[in-house]
Structures are given as C-alpha cells and as structure tokens.
Design a protein. Sequence first.
Length: 339
Amino acid sequence: MTTKPSIILSAFADESANSKTAVEQFAALAAIGLQYYSPRFVDVTGAGKVKHVTELDGDELARLVKLQADYGMKVTSIGARLGKVKLLDVEDGSHNKFVPDAQYHAGDVAATIHAAQALGAKLIRGFSFYHPKGEDPAKYVQQAADRLGPIVDLCGQAGLVYGLEVEANLVGQNGRMLAALAKAIGRANLVCIFDGGNISSQNLSPLECLAEYRAMRESFGWMHIKDYRVDPGLVWTGVVNEEMLKNFVPCDVGDSGHELILRDLKEHLPAIDAKMKQLGAPGVFLELEPHLKGGGQFGGFSGPDGMGVAVRSLCRLLDYVEIDYKLRDFDDIKAARGF
C-alpha cells in the first residue's frame, strides 16, 4: 500500500471566534477537529479586552498556555505583524509607520520572540516591509533583506524560524520577489509562506498563481489557505485596497489555483517535510486564514461557521488530490482521558 504524503492542518484561531475570547477560539477549532492554531488577536480573560498575542503580559500568556492544554491545542506560529512597517522613513501618502531598527528590535521583535517561547511556538510569521507607495518593489529587495536579516538572526538565536509571507503592497508581493528576498537574506532559519489569496487578489489567474508558487518553492516552508474570486468589475490599479478584500471565498471555488498548487506541492512534500522537521517544526502546515466574512491589513474574520466551511473545503480538496491530513477522532479523546 502506497503511503500518501501528509500535511498538518492549522488555523488562525481569532478568525473562528465572534468575540475573540480564547475559550471561544479554542472551542471552535477543537470542535472542527483541529489540534494546531496560530494566535493573533485574543481576549484571554473573557473581560472584553482584546490584545495582539505579542502584547500579552506574563499572567495572560500563562493563562493561554493552560487553556491550550485544556483544549488539546498546540501553537503553529505566532501570527506576528513583523515587517508590516515602512522600509524607509519617507512620506508616500500611506498611513503606514516607520520604526527605526534599534527600536523595532527591542520592541516588536523582542515581544514576538517572547510570546513564541512562552507558548511553545517554533515558527514566527512575518512580512517584508512596505516600500515607498507607487514605486517598483524590485528596487528595494536588498534594502528589505538588509533590514530583515538581523530580525531573522534574532529569531535564530532564540531557536525560532522566521516565515516570510507573500502579500500584496509589500516588497515581497509575489513569489518571484519572495524568492529574491530569501536568496538575499540567506539564512537557514528563514522560509517562505505561500498564500494563494494574497496572490490572486492582485488580479492574477490560477495559472499565474501557480507560477508564483513555483518561483518560491525552493524556499517554501508552509502555506496559508485563503482564496479569492477575481471581480472583473473592479479596476486594477496595481494596489490591493480594502474594497477588493471583500471577495475571499473557500479554497475550492476561488481563482488561486489551489488544486494545481497542491498537486505540485504533493510531489515535493517529502523533501519540504524533512527540511521543516530539521528546523524543529512537526512537519509542513497548511494553515487556514480564510477571511470568509472579511479581511484587512492586519487580520480577517470568518466566524465559527465560516471556519467550518473553510476546513471542509480544504479537506475535500486534499482528499481529491490525495494528500493526507488528520482531524481529531475518538482515539484522541481516549488518549486525553488516559485510556
């Protein structure tokens, strides 16, 4: 019997909860059958105070660790905002801020590493800086690499992996640019994160999305599962705006070419799985960040029902392309009860 290549399912927990409480996030994901999650925005105590995970104090992090254990959850990555600031201190008409390196390293980077260590994460999700609006990002690859390198090194010193996510409007806005960044940074603890919805929302076809995935495949580490349906009525200006971020859909009905991409990934999974395990991860994650009820610059929302739809959509597609995965079953329940 031939063994199918296998991935690990995960999700951004805050997408699944109407109130963003940790209890609701974990209850929704556990009920769907997931065992891994990435924390981002969370109300740990249920008192109505939502914080980014990197802003939690020691008591809040300890409480989140206990809740993780209570619900049988483990952390995939820290859903950080690193690299979502201006590359250069220039006025370009955007609302993005610039933070000097020393301040950034001592502040946001240190807080992200602390959260990862407290919650048992091995991976950190990050980005590639905003180049001056309206200019060619290719001109800024080396400058972005120069700023990212020390951040990746700080993660490495803490035993962590920096995952560089592809996203519109940043230097690393497509697979080709992400590959160029990875080569310029040249750190072993840097991998790239593919996100189909972040590619197709730039008005690209499924075949173009496949090409962008293949361009970054050598440095691929894990994948976010988000899909987008291109709206021919929206005029493409070269920039993804909030109006366009209303068109996210489940991964088996959008324009990101997930079937084509997953078939390609399937052939390379053994090698990528070995690489990620060598870096300390449990395997290759496909992480749901579906935005089915809306998305934006720093997050998105699907609700418990939307997350369920997104998980079932992905599972149908994985079954179709014959990639294995695991949802919780009765054996997991028995093990938790000590049977």
